[in-house]
Design a protein around this ligand. Structure first.
Ligand SMILES: [Zn+2]
Length: 245
């Protein structure tokens, strides 16, 4: 049984048996894996604070014959989300990243682009600025999951869209012109439409210097959340928590 190692981000843990934890973690080299952390509850020292969701780690683990779960041997913290200040908004945004990835990523399927997206938004998610990385992550996850048709054109007729005349509805992916919006469609503001186009062309760090009150990009986040929840076929708990903030 060979021990494998990879950069990895912890997504979620839950207790099993007496003192063990099951850990869902996203490795750069092997994709999302589930593993058993033996005695993690008994011996805090062994994994330290590394099991906190959204901790960037170096992980060591081993496949077990005829077992779906790998054996998680060691996690070494590279970057803990708790090493910088936390508040409700920042924690809620980090929980959203974790829940979306845990739900959306297939197991054992490396996703280098998603991994890089995650590292980039983790870097940017601060108490001062939770909304920009949340918006960036939601938009890009929608794109990387194949749920975002060309936002420059109407999904129904292919006409070029114009700022202030772009709409999204709860039933179909993409944006629609005024003619093809359906009864319960919402308008995507000109600002958010232009912002989305910029975000799809530039790294997250480029947006860090801009002012980001909570309301900025709110309709864009609603649009992307609708697409994610429609695809996952469930409501995301962390999105509800974000909505209550
Ligand atoms: Zn149209």
């Amino acid at each position: 049984m060979s021990v494998l190692t990879s950069e990895a981000v912890v997504l979620r843990t839950w207790p099993v048996h007496e003192a063990d934890l099951i850990v869902s973690f996203f490795t750069r080299d092997y994709g999302r894996l589930k593993g058993v952390a033996k005695s993690a509850l008994r011996s805090r020292k062994r994994f330290g604070g590394a099991l906190e969701p959204m901790t960037v780690t170096r992980a060591w683990f081993a496949e077990r014959p005829r077992q779906e779960l790998v054996r998680l041997d060691q996690l070494e913290i590279v970057r803990s989300p708790l090493s910088t200040p936390v508040d409700h908004a920042r924690m809620a945004v980090l929980s959203f990243f974790a829940e979306v990835l845990d739900e959306a990523l297939p197991e054992r399927d490396p996703q280098e682009t998603v991994f890089r997206l995650l590292l980039a938004v983790l870097e940017q998610t601060t108490v001062e600025q939770p909304w920009m990385p949340l918006t960036y992550f939601s938009l890009w996850m929608t794109r990387l999951m194949g749920l975002l048709p060309d936002i420059g054109h109407c999904t129904a007729c292919g006409e070029a869209l114009e700022a202030g005349q772009t709409n999204f509805n709860s039933l179909g992916d993409g944006l629609f012109c005024s003619l093809h919006r359906n009864g319960n469609a919402s308008e995507l503001s000109a600002d958010s439409w232009q912002l989305a186009q910029r975000m799809l062309r530039a790294p997250a760090a480029n947006f860090a210097g801009e002012p980001w009150p909570r309301r900025r990009g709110q309709d864009l986040r609603r649009f992307t959340l609708q697409a994610l929840e429609r695809h996952l076929e469930r409501k995301l708990k962390s999105a509800e928590a974000l909505g209550r903030l």
